[in-house]
Design a protein around this ligand. Sequence first.
Ligand SMILES: NC(=O)c1ccc[n+]([C@@H]2O[C@H](COP(=O)([O-])OP(=O)(O)OC[C@H]3O[C@@H](n4cnc5c(N)ncnc54)[C@H](OP(=O)(O)O)[C@@H]3O)[C@@H](O)[C@H]2O)c1
Length: 269
Amino acid sequence: MTDPTPSNSTSSDHNQLPSFNLTGKIALVTGASRGIGEAIARLLAHHGAHVIVSSRKQEASQAVADQICKAGGSAEAFACHIGEMEQIAATFKHIRERHGKLHILVNNAATNPYFGHILDTDLNAFQKTVDVNIRGYFFMSVEGAKLMRESGGGSIINVASVNGIIPGGMQGIYSITKAAVISMTKSFAKECAGLNIRVNALLPGATDTKFASALVKNETVLKRVLAHVPMNRVAVPMEMAGAVLYLASDASSYTTGTELAVDGGYLTA
Ligand SMILES: NC(=O)c1ccc[n+]([C@@H]2O[C@H](COP(=O)([O-])OP(=O)(O)OC[C@H]3O[C@@H](n4cnc5c(N)ncnc54)[C@H](OP(=O)(O)O)[C@@H]3O)[C@@H](O)[C@H]2O)c1
């Protein structure tokens, strides 16, 4: 067993009123040009972090960064397709050169290109889903954790899904990758705890975003989904962000390797 107290903190440091203050922290949020990622970026910035807003599109990311700055926060945009290894390398080169440190990484960008029976999954859809949702999260975490190790520690939050626990119908390969993200979270948490890096997963339930539009905008499908949600409604993106703020901040200083479901009670069903 490793020493339970990370080298740069003592148990008395943690015996304070929990703080959600992120002033002085550098945070990278992927998939932050809209939806859940945008809400997370806005909330982390509101609590004092400098947020690097990232998605595949520079312009869309810049628009969110500009809004954050207009609201009095601190942000910049940097485009990164997390399914492209060289773009991951370029992102961390940029962060290293510009900031020299990273405290918070939110792996939120994911893809779900195929909706259909698992037996009809074609290789392209399989590969794309695995490259983005598993390889992307994995190497973003590797590069992020290396920088956090140099910065004295940090917090990684992986946005998985309730589908990682109960597979979504007709969403086989997507659900499989989300289960892998939950497993990946535990592996990184175990091996990085001694580096003062905490790693946790957020498991959103159905949330009203572009990603879930096929589900949320179709009344028949929505009714079927809500039949399994005790709170009988879908979430809005900002309802995911509060959970990420908790996991990113010192308020969760003894939390690592866990799955936090924010799902209106779906997993109790
Ligand atoms: N909405 C739900 O009901 C729900 C439920 C469970 C889990 N989730 C998870 O929540 C996360 C966010 O989903 P969302 O609902 O907020 O989706 P969304 O509104 O469609 O936003 C997705 C974001 O990811 C970016 N993106 C897509 N592919 C990317 C890639 N390969 N590399 C980098 N950025 C990429 C998009 O911007 P660009 O197009 O500019 O790249 C956008 O900013 C995902 O991990 C998803 O699996 C969502």
